[in-house]
Design a binder for this molecule. Structure first.
Ligand code: NCC
Length: 276
């Protein structure tokens, strides 16, 4: 796939926002001994060579009855979000999970993080919104949702599981790219897990297939494929600048409008495939 100029420029802006996780070298994490706590292998070096093809599976209700399960599972790596299950939905969303991105609510609230199989035997990436200025001392003492105790507990009990916390500066740099490419003032809230996940996978994969981020002809008010709640805000955004994220991804993909609408899949070239 050869990226065209506008597409390429956007991909390059995002490629420059290097993937970054809390690595224990900054305070307060350094004095808390996080250098030894975080995985020895940095997320940026998760792979010697990028995955050839990856799937980003949003949690959109439109995936229900999509019959995309087999296709999704055929990718080398599959990214899922938060508490989105596969059991009972295999025909439509597949069963393979390689990486799961979880927002801090999953670690702080009653999502059975410690006991649920959703969060075991896979790579985990957690994030918390914090404020734009990302002072780590302040963040540690007052995160939006306190993700730190559950993180420390899991790192100690399962040291071989690759589990990272995304650096707030990385999250907010993605927001900057969004704002810099949209004429209107967007809400000063962090991007959704979906957008963050897309950028993570562009860093790790040669090609990324994104399912139902840009709504297809199957679009529905059903919020998630796995529950019964209906709200169009789940697809278009309220707190997160989801609509703008989707407009940007639309500009980054060379998938035709017909294909987007019929298949619900946007195809993007990974960062390793573009020269900036
Ligand atoms: O709903 P959520 O997102 O877990 O969905 C994961 C990602 O899928 C994309 N999506 C989802 C539904 C839909 N109809 N269309 C979509 O495109 C989005 O890109 C979304 O990011 C989140 O981003 O972390 C979010 O998390 C939930 C919630 O915290 C978790 O599901 C845990 O329960 C948020 N909902 C609430 O706080 C009530 C949601 O706003 C964002």
């Amino acid at each position: 796939m050869v990226a065209q100029r506008g597409t390429q420029d956007l991909l390059c802006q995002l490629k420059r926002q290097q993937l970054r996780t809390v690595d224990g070298t900054e305070e307060p994490f350094a004095k808390l001994g996080w250098r030894q706590l975080v995985p020895g292998k940095p997320l940026q070096q998760l792979r010697d060579t990028p995955y050839r093809t990856c799937a980003v599976v949003t949690s959109a209700g439109a995936l229900l009855r999509s019959s995309l399960g087999k296709e999704i599972d055929s990718h080398d790596a599959v990214l899922r979000f938060n508490a989105a299950p596969t059991r009972g939905f295999e025909d439509h969303v597949g069963s393979k999970t390689t990486i799961r991105i979880i927002n801090s609510q999953i670690l702080a609230d009653s999502y059975h993080f410690a006991s649920s199989s959703l969060y075991k035997n896979i790579t985990l990436l957690a994030w918390d919104p914090t404020s734009y200025s990302a002072n780590l001392e302040k963040w540690y003492s007052k995160p939006d949702y306190d993700l730190f105790p559950a993180y420390v507990e899991r790192r100690r009990s399962s040291p071989s599981q690759l589990f990272y916390i995304l650096h707030p500066a990385f999250i907010w740099h993605l927001w900057d790219v969004l704002q810099n490419n949209i004429d209107e003032d967007i809400q000063p809230n962090p991007p959704s897990s979906g957008f963050i996940g897309i950028i993570v996978m562009l860093s790790l994969c040669e090609k990324v297939d994104i399912y139902e981020f840009i709504p297809s002809r199957r679009h529905t008010t059903l919020c998630h494929y796995y529950d019964y709640y209906h709200d169009m805000a789940c697809t278009l955004g309220a707190y997160h600048p989801l609509l703008y994220e989707k407009l940007l991804v639309r500009r980054m993909t060379e998938t035709s409008m017909d294909d987007l609408s019929n298949n619900g899949k946007a195809v993007l070239s990974g960062f390793s495939q573009i020269t900036c």
